[in-house]
Design a protein around this ligand. Sequence first.
Ligand code: ATP
Ligand code: MG
Length: 133
Amino acid sequence: SERAFVMIKPDGVRRGLIGEIVSRFEKKGLSVVKAELIQVSEATAKEHYGHLEAKPFFRELVDYITSGPSFAMIVEGTAAVKNSRYLIGATNPADAAPGTIRGDYGLDVSENVIHGSDSIDNARIEIERFFIR
Ligand code: ATP
Ligand code: MG
C-alpha cells in the first residue's frame, strides 16, 4: 500500500480539529501509522513551500505555517495520496466541496487547515523532511 504525508496546519490545531480530522481519515479506511505535534521551523517552511517562493503571499505563508504547532501524520492505505487529497478538498476552501475537510472547516485560502502530499514522490520527500531528520 501507499503512504501520504498529511499535516494539520496551526489554525486547525488551534481550533481543536485534530480529533475530527484524524477521524475522517480513519473512517475512510486510511491508517495513521505515525503522528506527532511539531513546530515547523522557518527553514523547513521555506523548503516545504520553495515552489511558491516567487508568490506575493510567500512571507505570509511561512509566517502562518510557523505560527504554532502543526500535527504531522503519515497516512497509509490504498492510493493514500489521491484519497487524502479527495478528503482534504480544493486548495481554496471557498471552492472546496462541502463534505471535504477544507469545505467544512475553512473559509480562507491563506488559512486552509490542512496539507496533503500532491504526488507519491512528494509524499516520500515530505515524510523524510518532517519525520526522518
Ligand atoms: P497544500 O500543499 O498545503 O496541501 P495545495 O497543494 O492544495 O496545498 P499549493 O498550491 O501547494 O496548494 O499551495 C500551498 C499552500 O499555499 C496552500 O495550501 C495555501 O496555504 C497557500 N496558498 C496557496 N495559494 C494561496 C493564495 N492565493 N493566497 C494565500 N495562500 C495561498
Ligand atoms: Mg501543495
